[in-house]
Design a protein around this ligand. Structure first.
Ligand SMILES: [Zn+2]
Length: 303
């Protein structure tokens, strides 16, 4: 009897240990920012991978066959939405042939849900207006308050595909939101002395960030989103910089620094490379690091 009893209790131990050994929920996101937030919400129950790397322009990602393979195995797919990934995500989702994560399925999360988009065009526009997004500016993750809503959307998705983890996801979400609130006061405090300061940005990536931290975009190096600068447009920006008392030119690291440097030489404004994503430069390992770096670097440049 004894060995049998031992064996039975061994089985019992296995059973108790099982939830820990259960396969993690496989989350695939389009960007590193979404991946960082998914890790916060998913904790130990998830494995998260981003298709785009933080150093890449999220509008233009090469749709690799390896991405389809990742999507074919995903339990949850998260995109920014608002047409940010419109050029590359559709074919990948089709190619992944995974019914669980198609638009409308339980494993599909649009992170922009519930977020009020800025710059929604008032009337119909055509493509000559540049790479304008009909649903508004998609760079939503650059406001930490939007980060909280993104986390809520991801938590809902995780609960749909892994209901057993619901309590854990809710706990992680509440903890993340509390930490964002605390950090946001710190970041706003840091930016307060520069309220109303005007900046030039390369692409129109920063409206959510600038609004949250009280800065103003006086102009852009791209004459229209996604359209390369021209001589006549550069002339306008050169005139605008002293007129609007612009001290800094912000550039996403994936653009060429040729135009920003030219403007700096002509006007004395400073070029400030500003990574718009988690992992886009050394030391940005999570969503909090991103805003720590952005506010530190800007405060230093605007001083
Ligand atoms: Zn954009």
């Amino acid at each position: 009897m004894r060995p049998i009893f031992l064996f039975a209790s061994f089985l019992l131990t296995l059973q108790i240990a099982r939830p820990v050994e259960a396969a993690p929920v496989n989350v695939v996101t389009t960007t590193e920012d979404l991946a960082a937030i998914a890790k916060e919400v998913g904790g130990e129950r998830v494995e998260v991978e981003s298709l785009a790397k933080g150093v890449q322009d999220p509008h233009f990602i090469e749709a690799k066959p390896s991405f389809m393979l990742k999507l074919s195995r995903a339990d949850l797919f998260v995109q920014v939405g608002l047409e940010l990934e419109q050029a590359w995500v559709g074919p990948l989702l089709l190619g992944g042939r995974n019914g669980k994560i198609q638009s409308g399925a339980p494993g599909f999360v649009d992170a922009s849900r519930g977020i009020t988009a800025l710059e929604v065009p008032a009337e119909p526009i055509d493509r000559s207006a540049g790479d304008v997004h009909l649903q508004g500016n998609p760079h939503i993750w650059l406001d930490p308050m939007n980060g909280k809503q993104i986390a809520r959307n991801i938590a809902e998705g995780l609960k749909r595909v892994d209901p057993k983890g619901a309590a854990e996801y809710d706990r992680n979400l509440a903890d993340f939101s509390t930490r964002i609130d605390a950090a946001l006061s710190r970041w706003q405090e840091r930016m307060k002395p520069f309220e109303g300061a005007k900046v030039i940005t390369y692409h129109n990536s920063w409206p959510y960030f600038l609004k949250r931290f009280g800065l103003v975009a006086a102009g852009y190096i791209e004459p229209k989103p996604g359209i390369p600068s021209s001589t006549s447009h550069m002339r306008e920006v050169i005139a605008l910089i002293p007129r609007e008392q612009v001290k800094v030119i912000l550039m996403e690291p994936y653009f060429s620094d040729q135009a920003p440097k030219f403007l700096a030489e002509k006007t004395g404004a400073k070029v400030v490379p500003l990574p718009p994503s988690v992992s886009a430069s050394a030391g940005i390992n999570d969503y909090f690091d991103l805003f720590d770096l952005l506010t530190n670097r800007l405060a230093e440049a605007l001083r």
